[in-house]
Structures are given as structure tokens and as C-alpha cells.
Design a protein around this ligand. Structure first.
Ligand code: NAP
Length: 492
């Protein structure tokens, strides 16, 4: 755990919000460039972002750690191919220390509002403790999946037992011997269900839509590999490159030839047959939409957990929550002691209203009335000198977000460099440039499995617009963000 620190100036050239992979990565790269006038605001008492917030049992990354890590900070000692969450958190804490970010951190300091001051051409940050802070440039590393989504189920508040969301896991509540309801079968639930199933008395798993689940090619990283990666960093680089290439090879299936997903579907069905013998249970958990439309999940212990005598998959829709438990539309009452919401995040509404105000005091939520939108997922017209890391349409269904984050960081660094050499105080992306970028982006998304795969997903907002995913190869994004294109910006 990192100690809180630091002098508290009320101005820095650059303010960064959040200290997960985005915020920390930005801070480290600034420091490496000799740009030391920045402050990182973190509402919690330690760094880590997603990996600090999500501490449910079994939390792990579903992207190989050799790729899901900073390119400039390889970790030869990853314990597994897919490392557990706490190990990733420790990695980020190590990075903060190692790269000298600790003195720039303002922990336990929540930014509650940020306003662009037109006259001063600066951002004014209002902090939860009543203080303010000014900065010329604002980098948001708040992440797209940081606001838990609570389901709109009637009666949720009337439940008399214990309720918590997977991202707010209540470790003080002893689940042993309890009757538990889990709502949701997404990436989080399939990780924690196998962990808790062995010791709860009864687990009712409420599944609305079955996920596609593939085998997880996980294993311990051997002592020999650790030695090799320590001694010959190139070996780990090659491993990283091989994983990158393997994951990118999935892109055409998602984007150009959704029909090709049939091959992968057959593999997933074989995985299901191998792990679940009961034809009725198998039928219950077999998806009917094209694989990839929703995030593809990987697990070796999810299906076996469902075969346990104390686990019951409930596919009847939830009608309401009552004080004793969950009532399904078939009239059955499922009495439970605890309700765990594995219901995901508000991905299509990453920002609440009243937080971020741009030129002329416009709230970004108002600017985004048709859904979040940015230029290169990074800058937003009317919000000068604001850079969103993991902004709209930078998400991935197939590879490492850290790669996307590093691409965006490069873009921000080049923007800062350009502003410095050209003596520009502030830049604001041209509305027309942003609009035509998004027009092309949505055109590319039209033919993808995410639009045509026959499912509802958190990639798309209520109007069906995909505001979350990048529509192609990640190297295409990297190419677009390699240099800051100042000609597409108004200079202020
Ligand atoms: P999620 O994938 O959005 O899953 C939410 C689940 O809750 C879905 O099964 C959904 O059903 C269900 N649900 C939501 N509202 C419901 C309602 N009112 N009634 C019944 N069911 C409801 O959320 P998540 O599992 O927390 O994962 C979110 C994302 O976080 C992942 O896709 C991934 O990007 C990230 N994540 C990553 C990892 C990792 O290993 N890298 C691990 C965990 C999470 P429907 O499918 O029918 O909507």
C-alpha cells in the first residue's frame, strides 16, 4: 500500500484524474519525458483503479499478463499466464513507486467537478474536501467501467438480507452456509461463482442471457520462464508479441466476417459438452446469439461449478425482489439470505451529469445527449485541453486495453510537445473533424458482430449505438494516435 504524501500546490500544468493503468501510465510517461509539473488525483487511498476496486473472490484478468501490462515495464515474475487481480494491483503499486509517481499523488482526494474557465484557459477542479486546483491540461483516467450498474428490478431496496455489487464486495459478510442469489452471468460472475459455490449452502444463479464461454489457456509461469524473462528480456518481448498477434487475429471474425465465428462457437460448444453432462443444464446455458456479440468469456471452472448439487441456474426472468428473496415471472419465490449483483457497469454512460463542464459551461453529458463521442476516443469538441484515456469507442472485445491506453498516452504526449513548441495555450478539436471521425467509425461498426450478432450488450446504448468499442485492429488505432494532428484543432 502506498503512503499518502505530498505538498499541496493548487496549480499544476497537468492534472490527471485516477491512478489505474490510464492515470498511472500517463504520469509515468510524463515523468519519463521530463514533464514533472503534474498532479494525480485519486479518490481512494491507494493506486490501482479497476484492480483496487474489484476485489471479489477469483478476480483475475482475462487477457494474458505479458500483454496486459505496460510495454515499458515488463514484469518477468508474473505468476500465471492470466494473473490474479491482487497481483496486478501490486504491479501497479510497484510501478507508482518505481517510476517516482508517489510524490505526485494526491490520494483520498476526489475531484467532484471540473470546469473549463474560458477567460483563463485553464481547468478548475473542485475537490471533495472543498479545496480547488487549477491546471492547464486535464487528463481523465477515470475508466469506462468504474460506475457499478444496479439493476432496475422492482423491490430491490426491500430485500431484508445482505445485498452487494461484485465491484463492492462485502468481505465482512460470511457467505459460508448461506443461501445466495447471484444476478448476472457476465465476466465478473463467472469468476466469483466458482469461488463461492463450494461453501455456500445454496446458490441460485439468475441468468438472463447465457454467455459464450471458451476454455481458459491458463497455467503457472514456470521457474524456467521466470529465469529466462529475467535474463533475456527479449524472450518476454517475443512472448508479448506472439500473444498480441494471436489476439489481433480474432479481429476479422468480429468485424468483417461474423459468419466465421461459427468455428469458435463449435469450440465453445465442445468445451460445454466436456464440462456439463446434463443435457437440460447444457441447453439452459447454450447461447443463441453469434459469439462475440457480447464479450466472450474464458473459464475452466465456471461450468463445473454449475453442475454442483447446491447450484441452480434460474432462467425464468426476475419479476421482483421481495423482502425474503427473488420472485421470478413463473411465480416461484427463491428465498435467500444474500443477493450478489454481478450486473456490470454503466459503460454507455461513463460520466454522471454535473461533473465535467467545457466551454460556455456546457456539461459533457449534455454534449453527449446522443451517446458519448470523442475524436480518436480522446478529445471532445468544446472541451479544450481535455484528454480522455479509455474514452468513447476505445474499448476492446479481443485484446489488452493497456495497448489502447499507451496509444492514447503517446497522442497526449505529442499534443503537449506540439503545444509547447508552437506556443499554444490550449487546443479544442474541431466539431466537424470529430463528427466525420465518428461517422466513419459508426459506418465501420455497422457490419460487425456487435451490431448484427443478435444480442443486447453493454457496448451499445439504449438507441443501439455502439459507444464503447473500437471497430478494428488495435494497430490501426495506434497508427492514428502516433502523432498529434494539430491542424484538426482550434488553437485558443
Ligand atoms: P457484464 O458483463 O455487464 O454482465 C452483467 C450481467 O448482469 C449480465 O449477465 C447481464 O445480463 C446481467 N444483468 C444486468 N442487469 C440485469 C437485470 N436487470 N436482470 C437480470 N440480469 C441482469 O458485467 P461484468 O460481469 O461485471 O463485466 C463487465 C466488464 O468488466 C467485462 O465485460 C469486462 O470488460 C470487465 N471485466 C473484466 C474482467 C477481466 O477478467 N478482464 C473481469 C471482470 C470484468 P444480460 O447479459 O442479459 O444483459
Amino acid at each position: 500500500m502506498l503512503a499518502a504524501q505530498t505538498v499541496t500546490p493548487n496549480y499544476s500544468d497537468i492534472a490527471i484524474i485516477g491512478s489505474g493503468f490510464s492515470g498511472l501510465g500517463m504520469a509515468i510517461r510524463l515523468k519519463q519525458q521530463g514533464l514533472g509539473d503534474f498532479t494525480v488525483f485519486e479518490k481512494a487511498d491507494s493506486v490501482g483503479g479497476t484492480w483496487r476496486e474489484n476485489h471479489y473472490p477469483g478476480v483475475a484478468c482475462d487477457v494474458q499478463s505479458h500483454l496486459y501490462s505496460f510495454s515499458f515495464a515488463p514484469n518477468p515474475q508474473w505468476s500465471r499466464m492470466f494473473s490474479p487481480g491482487p497481483e496486478i494491483r501490486r504491479y501497479l503499486e510497484h510501478c507508482a513507486e518505481h517510476y517516482g509517481i508517489t510524490p505526485h499523488l494526491r490520494l483520498r482526494t476526489e475531484v467532484v467537478r471540473a470546469r473549463w474557465l474560458d477567460a483563463d484557459r485553464q481547468w478548475l477542479l473542485e475537490l471533495a474536501d472543498g479545496q480547488t486546483h487549477r491546471a492547464r491540461v486535464l487528463v481523465s483516467g477515470m475508466g469506462g467501467l468504474s460506475r457499478p450498474a444496479l439493476p432496475q428490478i422492482p423491490g430491490l431496496a426491500t430485500f431484508q438480507g445482505t445485498t452487494f455489487h461484485s465491484a463492492e464486495w462485502n468481505h465482512d459478510y460470511d457467505l459460508r452456509g448461506k443461501r445466495v442469489a447471484v444476478i448476472g452471468t457476465g465476466a465478473s460472475a463467472i469468476q466469483f461463482v466458482p469461488q463461492i459455490a463450494p461453501f455456500v449452502a445454496d446458490l441460485q444463479l439468475f441468468q438472463r442471457t447465457p454467455p459464450w464461454v471458451m476454455a481458459k489457456p491458463d497455467r503457472d509461469v514456470s521457474a524456467l520462464e521466470h529465469w529466462l524473462f529475467e535474463r533475456f528480456p527479449l524472450a518476454q518481448k517475443l512472448m508479448r508479441a506472439a500473444i498480441y498477434g494471436m489476439l489481433e487475429a480474432r479481429v476479422p471474425g468480429f468485424t468483417l466476417f461474423p459468419g466465421a465465428m461459427k468455428v469458435a462457437q463449435n469450440l465453445a460448444k465442445r468445451h460445454l459438452r466436456q464440462q456439463i453432462a446434463d443435457p437440460q443444464l447444457r441447453a439452459q446455458v447454450t447461447p443463441t446469439y453469434t459469439m462475440g456479440c457480447k464479450r466472450v468469456l474464458i473459464s475452466n471452472d465456471y461450468y463445473p461449478a454449475l453442475t454442483r448439487p447446491n447450484v441452480h441456474v434460474v432462467t425464468a426472468g426476475i419479476a421482483e425482489i421481495v423482502p425474503q428473496g427473488v420472485r421470478t415471472v413463473d411465480g416461484a419465490l427463491h428465498q435467500v439470505d444474500c443477493l450478489i449483483l454481478g450486473t456490470g457497469f454503466q459503460a454507455t454512460d461513463p460520466m454522471p451529469p454535473g461533473v465535467l463542464f467545457g466551454r460556455k459551461g456546457v456539461d459533457i453529458v449534455a454534449a453527449w445527449k446522443d451517446g458519448p463521442e470523442a475524436y480518436l476516443g480522446t478529445t471532445v469538441a468544446g472541451f479544450p485541453n481535455l484528454f480522455l484515456l479509455m474514452g468513447p469507442n476505445t474499448g476492446l472485445g479481443h485484446s489488452s486495453m493497456v495497448y489502447m491506453i499507451e496509444s492514447q498516452i503517446q497522442y497526449v504526449l505529442d499534443a503537449l510537445q506540439t503545444m509547447q513548441t508552437q506556443q499554444i495555450q490550449a487546443v479544442d478539436v474541431l466539431a466537424g473533424v470529430q463528427a466525420s471521425f465518428n461517422h466513419r467509425l459508426q459506418e465501420r461498426l455497422a457490419g460487425t458482430v456487435w451490431q448484427s450478432g443478435g444480442c443486447q450488450s453493454w457496448y451499445r446504448n439504449a438507441a443501439g449505438k455502439n459507444v464503447v468499442l473500437w471497430p478494428g485492429f488495435t494497430w490501426q488505432f495506434r497508427r492514428l494516435t502516433r502523432h498529434f494532428d494539430v491542424q484538426n484543432y482550434q488553437k485558443l
